[in-house]
Design a binder for this molecule. Structure first.
Ligand SMILES: [Zn+2]
Length: 285
């Protein structure tokens, strides 16, 4: 078993989405583990000594970046692995919601570099994959051809999936929606959903009764049919609203492994789009 592992590039990533892409690009030449589980809130990860042990032997660490996974730096520092190459997957991303004015604590958990949930646009999955391939090729040039061809295959698979999804789920376009947390601007832009509000009054702040009343008014005024939550939130606030007004609540996969069906990067989108199409009662054949 040890000889089987010998020579593989050892990779740790902050999230399961990046880990899945690393697996696709790296194939048999890499081992990869994600620090956060798919059904975990990626903003807040408790730092455990076992995570530092994982990073101690790693060759490359892939971060989400944009301050989503600030905890990753603590794990990397704590690992005392001086040789690990730390890669920020967000550098090539066209960033949304970059704040322009002053930022202060009263705004909640605002990210200085923009909204960090960029992996929820499948086009950005290609940019993550290119970054992963580039770093693997640099680190392990003898398998460069394999990494390159896995990248091409993944880009082709994603391209055809994206063109199928945009046709198949075109009835989701211009649907009003409320999300629990602001994880979905990249996803919504790609698939044409219109975000009217959030259950969180500010990012990272638990919904207050007055916020929930405001959301109920928004639902009335904008004829909102669906509230979508990240898998890690409690059902309490969405179910409370559902008990007061005619609206459907669903859970979506914010990461690979968050909910049943979202077992790969491509299946994450397929699963979320199907859940939304069913919730709105639109056709998706
Ligand atoms: Zn966030």
């Amino acid at each position: 078993m040890i000889s089987f592992l010998f020579g593989k590039v050892r990779i740790v990533s902050s999230t399961t989405d990046i880990a899945d892409i690393v697996k696709i690009i790296g194939g048999d030449h890499v081992t990869v583990t994600s620090i956060a589980r798919g059904n975990q809130d990626p903003h807040y990860v408790e730092i455990l000594p076992s995570y530092m042990v994982k990073v101690r032997k790693a060759d490359i660490y892939f971060m989400v970046g944009m301050e989503l996974d600030l905890w990753a730096q603590q794990i990397i520092d704590g690992s005392r692995n001086r040789k690990v190459m730390v890669v920020d997957c967000s550098v090539e991303i066209n960033k949304m919601e970059v704040p322009t004015g002053q930022i202060d604590a009263s705004m909640g958990d605002i990210h200085r570099f923009g909204n960090p949930h960029y992996w929820l646009d499948p086009e950005n999955g290609k940019l993550i994959a290119r970054m992963v391939a580039e770093k693997l090729i640099n680190h392990d040039s003898k398998n460069a051809e394999q990494y390159q061809s896995n990248l091409t295959q993944f880009e082709n698979d994603l391209n055809s999936a994206i063109s199928i999804w945009t046709k198949r789920f075109s009835d989701l376009r211009n649907k009003n929606i409320i999300f629990y947390h602001n994880s979905w601007p990249y996803f919504s832009k790609r698939f044409g959903l219109i975000t009217v509000g959030f259950l969180e009054p500010k990012p990272g702040i638990t919904p207050s009764p007055s916020q929930l009343n405001q959301v109920i008014n928004q639902i009335k005024e904008n004829e909102i049919e669906v509230i979508a939550s990240e898998s890690y939130f409690s059902d309490r606030a969405p179910k409370f609203i559902e008990s007061k007004i005619n609206v459907r609540t669903v859970k979506l996969a914010q990461s690979v492994g968050a909910i049943e069906g979202a077992d790969s990067y491509i299946n994450l989108f397929e699963t979320n789009l199907l859940i939304l199409a069913k919730a709105y009662g639109v056709s998706y054949d």
